[in-house]
Design a protein around this ligand. Structure first.
Ligand code: 3PG
Length: 308
């Protein structure tokens, strides 16, 4: 049994060692394709793999067609929009994620980015504090719950809106010290800072548009550690042009990055490469979970965390 670890953005060495231990203790072999640059390398590496561990690596029809032995793909992370689920299902391949395992890493980055922006990139000009500002969490999964937990320490007022939660779950949000917004309009109307935490789905693509952004105050901030496709970039550019204090900070470089940089200077910041989960802690959590899920699937038929 061969398990391929295919990570274009490699895990910390410590995480890889732990993944290897889990896989080898089960009597399987770990193949590694880390930091690869060409799709051809992935296509040739998957040929022998029975199981695959990936991060944001693109697993499309072509990759699946090149992997005749593949039975399981585990996305070591939360979002699996990089995997063609239809093609995987058609090839009888199970796809799993490791929900929650890198949530704290992403949540901590949200605060790093908010403070960096509130202090104008640490340029020693007069900045702002987070205390008493109203933070709106768009969706309320693992990452948003960690953000809500940390926000309590900053004494922020936190609102959360989730299109998928039932009324029972909504009541439970109180446990996290957040105020429920029952619509996205209510969320944007109640917040100074919006942080996006939903997956990329057909129904969430371009969901953040002019009509929502215009509900925010003039000096609002938009924080994106989720997926770039959630935001309609034309509309965000428009609102930032209209409002000279509006800030945008993102861990997902927008398609129109150069335009944002040129037009908005310090009101805009993008990390050079997605780095929310790029910590040794998150790498270990997600990587070890992925390896354990592979062993549990092949030894016991455990399909928990299946997403297709
Ligand atoms: C996720 O969906 O888990 C995050 O976006 C992290 O992605 P990464 O593993 O590519 O850093």
């Amino acid at each position: 049994m061969k398990v391929l670890l295919a990570t274009n953005k490699p895990f910390a060495l410590e995480a890889v060692e732990r993944i290897q231990q889990v896989i080898e203790s089960a009597g399987y072999e770990l193949l590694k394709l880390e930091g690869y640059s060409a799709k051809a390398q992935l296509l040739s590496a998957v040929a022998d793999a029975d199981a695959l561990i990936i991060r944001s690596d693109m697993i499309d029809r072509e990759v699946i067609a090149a992997a005749p032995r593949l039975k399981l793909i585990v996305r070591a992370g939360a979002g699996y929009d990089n995997v063609d689920l239809e093609a995987a299902t058609a090839a009888n391949i199970i796809v799993m994620n490791t929900p929650g395992q890198n949530a704290n890493g992403v949540a901590e980055l949200v605060f790093g980015m908010m403070i960096y922006m509130q202090r104008n990139g640490f340029d020693s000009s007069v900045g702002r504090e987070l205390r008493d500002r109203r933070l709106g969490l768009y969706a309320f999964g693992h990452v948003a719950k960690e953000v809500a937990r940390i926000a309590r320490g900053f004494e922020m007022t936190v609102y959360a809106y989730s299109p998928t939660l039932t009324h029972y779950d909504l009541r439970k949000e109180g446990e996290y010290g957040v105020i429920t917004a029952y619509t996205n309009v209510e969320l944007f109307s109640s917040s100074d800072i919006i942080s996006l935490h939903m997956p990329l789905l057909d129904e969430t693509r371009h969901i953040v548009d002019y009509s929502l952004l215009s509900l925010l105050p003039e000096d609002a901030m938009l924080v994106n550690t989720a997926r770039k496709e959630l935001i309609l970039e034309d509309d965000l550019l428009r609102i930032m042009e209209e409002r000279p204090s509006f800030q945008f900070v993102t861990d997902l470089k927008p398609d129109r990055h150069d335009e944002f940089t040129e037009k908005f200077g310090k009101r805009y910041f993008s990390t050079p490469q997605k780095s929310g989960a790029q910590t040794s802690d998150s790498n270990k959590n997600a990587g070890i979970a992925a390896a354990n899920q592979i062993v549990a699937f092949f030894k016991k038929g455990d399909e928990q965390f299946k997403v297709n």
